[in-house]
Design a protein around this ligand. Sequence first.
Ligand code: ASP
Length: 351
Amino acid sequence: MQIFTMKFYWIMGWLLCALNGFSQMNEQKVVLVIHGGAGTILKSQMTPEKEKEYRDALSVALHKGYAILKNGGSALDAVEAAVKVMEDDPHFNAGKGAVFTNEGKNELDASVMNGENLKAGAVAGVSTIKNPVSAARAVMEKSDHVMMAGRGAEKFARQNGLIMVPPSYFYTEDRWRSLQKIKKEDSLRTEPDHSGRKNSSSGMYRVTNHDSKFGTVGAVALDRNGNLAAATSTGGMTNKRFGRIGDSPVIGAGTYASNATCAISCTGWGEYFIRLVMAKTVSDMMEFGKMDLAMAAQEMIMNRLPALGGDGGLIAVDSKGNISMPFNTEGMYRAYMDEKEVPVIKIYKDE
Ligand code: ASP
């Protein structure tokens, strides 16, 4: 009798293990990677309290997006949810917390892309949409267009039931102070700019403090069905003028996703990311150059970008679930979680 019971338990145990192994074999990897911007983020300039605030903020966004993937939700839903959390958090330069333009306004840009069908949507220069990333998704799903700007984009968002806010919703004391500081530095500047002129009253627009741009947010994900998606949202650069639009809403520059290769969200000095067509170039290096994700992303961020004088970083995940997060600045707020369900949250270069 005892031998029979032992055998029974042994067989049951073996069956359970086999079943578990089988279901794991069939289980597609799920991955979520997020960023909260790249720039001169130095430990020496950060208080432990501030650092904790950022790590907590990243953790909330990461868990929100990952829960969707874990429950079998789409990569698209996951990246939108994670970005929305960061848009609502004043720590980041997106949504509430967006930086100010030279005229003291907040003009937001965002985009989203679905790697399954290469559909994409973007909004640029909007001031009354609470969550620009959701407006970008509405452009993708509810219109025949890819990009809408300014008043038109806002009208479209309102018609599609998105939450609208007065422009004053985006005001934060911190960002206002940054604008005043930069304007003051700009007025005191004596060294010549790109044109050889001595100050911005010449009418030349020059980026005086390119660190003022960090805080852009983004997310990339791989879901249980093997689909990839990417989303990026930003307030752009402090003191921007003349309706300046950065790379974040430009599909192929700041955002790209294709199931054939990878999903990418960029952050950094947008003009350089546009000129390098950053995200699509990484994807092309994989598709046509047969490079792996890490090699392609490293080459673009660590070599091509600084060679032109630009800075920043990107987050990426490929169709197999490999992650890459290169940046050539002092730091980049970044985090990821995969099926191990251990959140990895990093800020500085040497982490
Ligand atoms: N890339 C954004 C822009 O240039 C800024 C950033 O990522 O921090 O608008």
